[in-house]
Ligand binder design. Structure first.
Ligand code: SD4
Length: 319
């Protein structure tokens, strides 16, 4: 079947999408009108919110990203992020998030409890503290000082799912079945600047205290305003051990297209680890406004918006 991705690949001229060749000679896709916003999974609503903010005020790059990501954190139906996120094996929801700007500044929270907008706390860490990462009770204390309210993040749906899981209590991350919809969002505005953010409740039924890739700069998110930006989703443990998003940006610096850089970073994971039972999805944009994504397994999608359109793209995969 000729899906949107294949159509884009084979008929770019018909879409007014220029075909570009990078040093790796792979066709890649370039946005036609900026801002360019791409997010992991089908987070089209978050993209649209960011897009509308940027169309009103192109320089408010971080506000646009924060508001887009907040919408997913506040959505009870997204069981991998914020309110309604799945708990750890003790029944508690704990959140990881980070944000990185065009100047290389970053803020992050790990193991945050009872606060819906983890990415907003991460932004405060970046803006209002001398640190990059605040964790656990220290992150909560800082958030309270910054005026954030605490609330129960469990919903009836996530509580029931936890009670059901507890009967057997077997921890096993599942590929694309557990709603893998951690949001990583990376953006290039009209002025050509890059920034990004990532927010998650992590893997469901994880061990209390577990921190994944999402709040770690260079693993779940990396931005270099000279080169490009990348963000990740999937099994955080292998992403952490591979510094995957830092690697993607460095590969783009060497001339790889976003698609090719994401693929190469996944092949590095494949070299060291048994990847048959795990999923990782990577997405990237470069300074020219080219974007791409790649996953280990089929089934990963990402949302792409420019000034006019939003589409969900089926990612290519190495398996
Ligand atoms: C983690 N990478 O905590 C996250 C999980 C994820 O969609 O992406 N879920 O390991």
């Amino acid at each position: 079947m000729l899906n949107r991705r294949k159509f884009n690949k084979y008929f770019p001229a018909l879409l007014g999408t220029p075909l570009l060749l990078s040093c790796d000679d792979k066709p890649t896709v370039q946005s036609t009108s900026e801002p360019l916003i791409i997010s992991t999974w089908a987070n089209t609503n978050a993209n649209t919110i960011a897009q509308q903010h940027l169309l009103k005020n192109d320089s408010a790059l971080l506000d646009a990203i924060e508001k887009g990501v907040n919408s997913v954190e506040e959505d009870p139906n997204d069981t991998s992020v914020g309110y309604g996120g799945m708990p750890d094996n003790s029944g508690e929801v704990t959140l990881d998030a980070c944000i990185m700007d065009k100047n290389g500044n970053a803020g992050s929270v790990t193991y945050l409890k009872n606060i819906i907008n983890a990415v907003s706390v991460a932004r405060k860490v970046m803006d209002n503290s001398p640190h990059v990462i605040l964790s656990g009770e220290g992150a909560n204390r800082f958030a309270r000082e910054q005026g954030f309210e605490e609330t129960d993040l469990l919903t009836d749906v996530s509580r029931t799912a936890y009670e059901k899981w507890k009967k057997k209590a077997i921890y096993k991350p599942e590929i694309n079945i557990e709603r893998h919809d951690t949001i990583g969002m990376i953006v290039k505005n009209k002025s050509g600047d890059l920034s990004g953010a990532c927010s998650t409740s992590g893997l469901q039924f994880k061990t209390p205290g577990r921190v994944g890739d999402s709040p770690i700069i260079g693993s779940g998110l990396y931005v270099d305003n000279e080169v490009g930006a990348a963000t990740a989703t999937g099994l955080g443990e292998v992403i952490l051990k591979s510094c995957s998003t830092f690697l993607v940006v460095e590969l783009m610096r060497q001339g790889h297209s976003p698609d090719s850089a994401c693929k190469e970073a996944l092949l590095r994971i494949k070299k060291k680890y048994d990847i048959n039972d795990l999923q990782v999805g990577l997405i990237a944009i470069n300074k020219n406004g080219e974007y791409g994504g790649y996953a280990i397994q089929p089934g990963f999608v990402y949302a792409v918006s420019d000034a006019e359109t939003t589409q969900v793209i089926d990612s290519k995969s190495i398996l």
